[in-house]
Structure formats: C-alpha cells, structure tokens
Design a protein around this ligand. Structure first.
Ligand code: XMP
Length: 333
C-alpha cells in the first residue's frame, strides 16, 4: 500500500523524467485545490520552467483573483501570469440568457485568451538561454473527471459541458502541439487534499468547495450583467463568511448565493422596493452525482437572510433552495 509522502516524491520524479531539464510547461490555475496542487508539484519539480496562467473571467467571486495571486505567487512561489479578461468575457456575455450558450462563450473565450498567453510565453521562452520550448500542458484532471467525461461521450448530449475537462486540451493540443500531463489522473478528491497538505497548501485552500469553471455565471439565472455579478458577489461573500464563522463550512460539499431572473417587492423603511431575489444553495454530497440540501439551523439561515437584504443594495428577498439532486442539480444552470 502506498503512502502520501511516497506519492509526492514519485510525482515529482515522474514529472522530471517526462519533462527533462530544458522543456517548459504551461498550465491553467483557478485557485482551486486541484490546479494548485498541480502547479505546486510542477514548481517543485522544474521551478520557473512551469508557467501558471490565471484567467480572470469576470465571474470569479469577490476578491478572488487577488487572493489567488497572493496565495500562489507569494505564498507558494509559483511562476504566475494573470490575464485580465473580465471586460471581454462580460462583453461577450451581454444579452445571453441560454445556459449552454453561456458556458460555450465562457469556455471559448477562456481558450482564446489562454492560447494568446501560451504563444507569448513560447516566444519569451525562445529568448531564455537555459530553457527549451514550451512542450507540455499540465492539467489537474481527477479520476472522477476521467470517468464523467467518458460517460458524457457515451450516453448523453444533455449533460452539461464541463469546460475544464473536455474542450480545452483538444483545441490546445491541436493548435499548439502541446503534450498533456495529468499527474492527478488516478486520484480522488480526498487524496488530492491529503496530497495538498503534504505540499504545504494551507487548510482553507485545501478544503475549499469545488467552484465551476464558468463561475458565478451559472449561478445567475438569465443575463450576466456587471450589476447582477456585483450583487451575487456581495451576497455570496456574506453567505460564505457566515458559514465559515459558524464552523460548518466543512459539513457542506458546496454552498453559494445565486440570483433569480425575477424581482419581487419588499419593504425597506417606509418604501416599497422592487428588488432582486437571492437564491441560497448549500448541499451535502459524497460524489456530486447526488446531493441533499444542507439542514441549516433555522435561526442562522434567518440571520444570513437579514444581513443580505440589509447589506446588499437592490436585494428584497432571500430564498433557500431545498431541492435534492436529482431532480435538481447543484448549480442553477
Ligand atoms: P451540477 O450542477 O451538474 O454540478 O449538479 C455537479 C458538479 O459539477 C460542477 N460543475 C462544473 N464544474 N465546469 C466545472 O468545472 C462546469 O461547467 C461545471 N458545471 C458544473 C458543479 O459545481 C458541481 O460541483
């Protein structure tokens, strides 16, 4: 039976053997545990010949881009480039309401920007005397992702396109001739987390709930506008902070604030306001294929609701989604 510490050593050795002492590697990071573990492993194995790229797609959470930068660059010493794509993503999402179209726009724009950056890194690499070409693309694919994309191909076109699994490598590989390396391909999430701990990744990052590639865009029903993004970010920040303060974050598999398309009337002070409706969702789940709504303490839930209505301008109502999966999904779109 293998031990975690052996796995770290083996993974680093394997990376060095594959990449050699000249070639360079590029990889996308999101701030989540999988891509951070991959980035840290490659950094330990080949230092700055690994290039991490974070694309700010305008639908990350409040302050998230800055927090990821602090953690990866300063704390973990990863060679990181941030692409500010927020405006481009939001421009392309303007007027779009159909869920799959939203996903495709975000996935496609991500690839456009990522490819552009990869080319820049390749050009710069040509002028680096001690390093070779960018030859590899690193990705934090886990074992369940492998399984899910297999069943996705076989059985259904209606399952949502998980853009961090299917689309990206195919086009990257064809366009760039990059070879794919997936060091976590045989691991489950809990193993990656144990692995992250070994690699010095802090507990709160290691235990972070999964966050989808299309970000809060699939938690905003209907059009993604800068105003609606700002509202969801504030509400989500309050929700998650209160969950953390209550010490129940690790009891849930995922939690977030989303937004309905409709509005509803509420009273604030003496005035009737026609405001936004926040949808809170928190679930427990073992493998994300099924999920149950988290059984909140009702007083806490009411306290969360009160704070959101009081502190987030434009919100008149807060609802809690108690749908199981199935028939619901974890995300709203
Ligand atoms: P659903 O909403 O289908 O989600 O119950 C199941 C799990 O998958 C995540 N998810 C995604 N992750 N890109 C991702 O990287 C996506 O397009 C995507 N869609 C859903 C979701 O957050 C949950 O953990």
């Amino acid at each position: 039976h293998w031990k975690m510490s052996d796995f770290v050593e083996q993974a680093i050795t394997r990376i060095r053997n594959i990449v050699g002492d000249k070639a360079q590697v590029i990889g996308a990071v999101s701030g989540g545990v999988d891509s951070t573990v991959v980035a840290r492993l490659f950094t330990l194995a080949i230092g700055d010949r690994f290039h991490a790229v974070l694309v700010d797609n305008g639908v990350m959470r409040l302050n998230e881009c800055q927090e990821v930068q602090n953690m990866l660059q300063e704390h973990l010493g990863i060679n990181l480039t941030i692409i500010d794509g927020a405006k481009l993503f939001l421009d392309r999402l303007k007027g779009v309401t159909e869920p799959e179209t939203k996903r495709k726009i975000i996935g496609g724009t991500f690839i456009d920007l990522f490819e552009e950056e990869a080319i820049k890194i390749e050009k710069a690499a040509e002028n680096t005397p001690n390093a070779g070409k960018v030859e590899y693309f690193a990705q934090g694919t886990l074992y369940p992702d492998v399984i899910e994309s297999l069943s996705f191909n076989q059985f259904s076109a209606t399952i949502k396109t998980h853009h961090n699994v299917g689309g990206l490598p195919a086009r990257m590989m064809n366009g760039q001739g990059l070879k794919l390396i997936e060091p976590l391909r045989e691991l489950f999430k809990d193993e990656v987390r144990a692995f992250g701990k070994q690699l010095g990744i802090p507990e709160n990052l290691n235990m972070r709930h999964p966050f989808p590639g299309p970000g809060i865009a699939i938690r905003i029903i209907g059009e993604v506008t800068p105003e609606r993004v700002a509202i969801v970010r504030k509400a989500d920040h309050i929700f998650i902070s209160m969950i953390r303060e209550a010490g129940i974050y690790n009891e849930m598999a995922q939690a977030y604030a989303g937004l309905d398309t409709n509005r509803a009337v509420g009273v604030q002070g003496d005035a009737r306001v026609y405001g936004y409706i926040i949808i809170l969702r928190a679930v427990t789940s073992v493998n994300f294929m099924t999920a149950e709504p988290y059984a909140f303490d009702f007083e806490l839930l009411k306290h969360i609701s009160r704070r959101i209505v009081n502190e987030v301008d434009g919100v008149s109502r807060v609802t809690y989604d108690i749908t199981s999966k199935p028939p619901g999904t974890i995300e709203l779109e």
